[in-house]
Design a protein around this ligand. Structure first.
Ligand code: PEP
Ligand code: MG
Length: 754
């Protein structure tokens, strides 16, 4: 049997389809003619259309099966081969359908004699409306061109269903072509904040009704013009790139430009246009292929590449829609961006001014976009399964970055409840802003120092905005994580210098690379480890492979020329490890000296207390280290033997329980006896109740995320450290359980600002 094994085949199908649509007639008749036409053009014995109504896939039209089965045969979600195609949203091409494990026999259809089966999903805007099937008696696998032709037809069909081109078809109104009900999607909070706004799709769709080309020659011309526009705008961005995150975006753009100039991409796009699709539809098809490959691959490097390709497809679609530039689509001023996944450069392209919030179907809390969103203060919710198939551009959306929820098509009452929460938040923010220049001193005169945790140059503006007295933890690995390739010495130096300059005379503590564990770089092949948190990470990598660490120290030393350099090492477990790391600093200082480089005025070398073993070795650090900082995130995960990233266990144990608090107190006392400055820099320091406990344990330096500074300062200004000390002492002596509720009651009773 000869299928339409070339572009001409698709084009004939599309021309005939258009004729059927133009001849008018009743909707059912047109569907019937459509299946007959597809069957004859593709030389298939059967062609059927199943559309999804609620939770069933219903046979709407067939050529070849028993006509009496139309509107009678209904397959439940996931049932049979049709269910499989709808569920996977992928074509299914098999030679021996009746023996497939998912085959569901329906006697009323009379489909016994047909062996080969090709089913493709009818999808638009990520939503599957149904399945288009051809079947043949002979047992064979359909050719690639036939699959492509059927997918092209399915794409047009989806378009017609969505635009109601079939008019009044029995039960069609129940085919969910457009989501309309309010929905609540539960995901994960990636970046704190609330937003009420309008959904804007990051991945645009070909406009309705523009799927089949009126004039293929004109479509090819449009495609070429759009391609040229995308390539030019990428080149311009590279030339004009001011190195916003120290050259990172330049590297991203260079990779994009390379992919944009790949002839393979252009050939594929042109193939679609020559087959009779509009330029927009051809791009959407290619994007579908990239997405399918993305979904099918586990390799993080390949996934990144596929994501880049999808991003280019999106840029091209925007160019075709007459929108200039990468992400400069016209947007409402209350835009909530909806995307499957977002790169850090893309988020920066949109910019904080244009976005109220971001919702991602995938993403991860430690992902690059989440890091940048937190730095920019844009609320973000991620890991929202089914998001793209449920949201429509223009939907009213409520994004809750506190709880990790997204409400689609929210109605009046819900919106007004959130508006109230929003105004409460802004009132609190205004109160914190008033406190920013007031030093944090307790009512009994204890001076605290509140510092910022940062990781990107973008974070530094929080110093002024939040009123922090310096950066207590600068996580240098963030630059490496948001970069496409290993940042070079110059871009590292540039970033550190920018940060020091922005901080002025406020101290900045740089932590050397803390990679491994949950922090992986896409461009460095990492060995899989059974227990990454207990594995080869942080300073362990730095000491075993000192080149990268020495490079970084060289960059830090050169950036801090003429100033104080404060540097500390993560996850040091033994005093010997600290000595070895410190020795690398000395060697780099010597190197700088030999090469006539100007040196920092002063160098202070510190260490994170994250491994319990080091916590018991604090007295031995006397005279070796200059300062300590307790990383409670890691210290508590090792203390309680509970993975910090696994919610099931991470919330099971409380840092406010006596064993943990006694442990922290002991570390503080040992540090002070050894004459070592000590601070706490885990997330817990940014929570008022925990900050109260730490103050009571005698800590005076706390470093925290920007969002914690205001609330913690407000608390400090309201407490008496002396009273807190005796209250916490009593609580620790009285019960072995967490003191959380008792401490809360004490604070509330005293009128402390929790
Ligand atoms: C910590 O472990 O507490 C810490 C501050 O480091 P990170 O969260 O980057 O591991
Ligand atoms: Mg840590």
């Amino acid at each position: 049997m000869a299928g339409p094994a070339n572009i001409g085949g698709s084009r004939i199908l599309l021309r005939k389809l258009r004729e059927i649509m133009e001849t008018g007639g009743e909707a059912q008749q047109r569907l019937d003619r459509l299946v007959a036409m597809i069957a004859s053009t593709m030389v298939a014995d059967v062609c059927s259309i199943y559309l999804t109504r609620g939770t069933v896939h219903e046979l709407f039209a067939t050529q070849g099966l028993d006509p009496a089965a139309v509107h009678r045969t209904r397959l439940k979600q996931g049932e049979g081969l049709v269910g499989l195609v709808a569920e996977s949203a992928q074509p299914l091409n098999i030679a021996d359908a009746p023996h497939h494990e998912r085959f569901a026999y329906r006697p009323e259809t009379g489909e016994d004699p047909y062996s080969s089966f090709l089913g493709v999903p009818i999808v638009r805007s990520e939503r599957t409306f149904g399945v288009l099937v051809v079947q043949n008696r002979v047992s064979r696998i359909y050719g690639e061109d036939e699959v492509e032709a059927l997918q092209t037809i399915a794409m047009v069909l989806a378009e017609m269903v969505a635009s109601r081109a079939f008019g009044d078809l029995s039960g069609l109104s129940e085919v969910e072509a457009r989501a309309s009900r309010p929905e609540l999607l539960l995901g994960r909070a990636f970046s704190d904040g609330l937003a009420i706004g309008t959904a804007v799709l990051h991945e645009p769709h070909a406009p309705l009704g523009r799927v089949i080309a009126d004039d293929p020659v004109e479509e090819e011309r449009r495609l070429e013009a759009a391609l040229a526009q995308v390539r030019n705008s990428l080149s311009h961005m590279i030339d004009g790139d001011p190195g916003r995150i120290s050259g990172v975006s330049r590297e991203v753009l260079e990779t994009f430009l390379m992919l944009a100039n790949d002839p393979g991409w252009e050939v594929k796009l042109k193939h679609g246009v020559r087959a009779g699709l509009s330029a927009d539809a051809a791009v959407e098809r290619v994007r579908g292929e990239h997405r399918a490959k993305f979904n099918a691959t586990r390799d993080p490097y390949l996934r990144e590449r596929m994501h880049d390709l999808e991003d280019l497809d999106n840029r091209l679609l925007r160019a075709l829609a007459g929108v200039d530039g990468a992400t400069s689509q016209a947007m409402p001023d209350d835009a909530i961006l909806i995307a499957r996944e977002l790169g850090p450069a893309e988020l920066l392209d949109y910019g904080a001014e244009r976005l109220k919030g971001v919702a991602l179907e995938d993403g991860s809390n430690t992902g690059h976009a989440a890091i940048v969103a937190r730095a920019l203060g844009i609320p973000m919710v991620g890991m929202l399964p089914g998001l793209l198939s449920r949201v429509e551009a223009g939907d009213a959306v409520v994004l809750d970055g506190e709880r990790g929820e997204l409400r689609l098509r929210a109605e009046g009452q819900v919106i007004s409840a959130y508006s109230q929460r929003l105004s409460l938040r802004s009132a609190r923010a205004a109160e914190f802003a008033r406190l920013k220049d007031i030093p944090p001193i307790t009512t009994d005169g204890q001076r605290m120092t509140l510092l910022l945790n940062a990781g990107l140059a973008l974070d530094v503006h929080h110093l002024d905005e939040a009123g922090a007295e310096g950066i207590g933890l600068f996580r240098t690995e963030f630059q490496f994580m948001v970069s496409e390739t290993l940042p070079r010495l110059e871009s590292q130096t540039l970033l550190y210098r920018d940060v020091l300059e922005a901080a002025g005379d406020r101290p900045v503590t740089f932590r050397t690379l803390d990679l491994g564990g949950d922090k992986v770089l896409p461009y460095v092949a990492a060995e899989r480890e059974e227990n990454p948190a207990l594995g080869w990470r942080a300073v362990r990598i730095g000491l075993d492979r000192p080149a990268l660490l020495r490079y970084q120290l060289r960059a830090l030393i050169s950036a801090a020329a003429g100033r104080t350099l404060r540097v500390m090492f993560p996850l040091v477990t033994t005093v010997q490890e600290f000595d070895a790391a410190r020795e690398l600093v000395d060697r780099e200082l010597e190197w700088g000296h030999r090469h006539g480089r100007s040196a920092p005025l002063k160098v202070e070398v510190g260490v994170m207390v994250e491994a319990p073993a080091l916590a018991w070795a604090v007295p031995d650090l006397k005279g070796r280290a200059d300062f300590l900082s307790i990383g409670t995130n890691d210290l508590m995960q090792y203390f309680f033997a509970a993975d910090r990233g696994n919610q099931r266990v991470s919330e099971r144990y409380d840092i406010l329980s006596p064993p943990a608090l006694r442990f922290l107190k002991r570390i503080r006392e040992d540090a002070e006896n050894a004459g070592l400055q000590i601070s706490i820099c885990g997330e817990a320091a940014g929570r008022p109740l925990e900050a109260l406990a730490f103050t009571a344990l005698g800590f005076r330096r706390l470093s925290m995320p920007a969002s914690g500074i205001g609330p913690v300062k407000r608390l400090i200004l309201s407490i008496s450290a002396g009273d807190a000390v005796s209250a916490v002492e009593d609580m620790l002596n009285e019960s072995p359980a967490s003191i959380r509720s008792e401490l809360t009651a004490f604070a509330v009773g005293r009128g402390y600002a929790l």
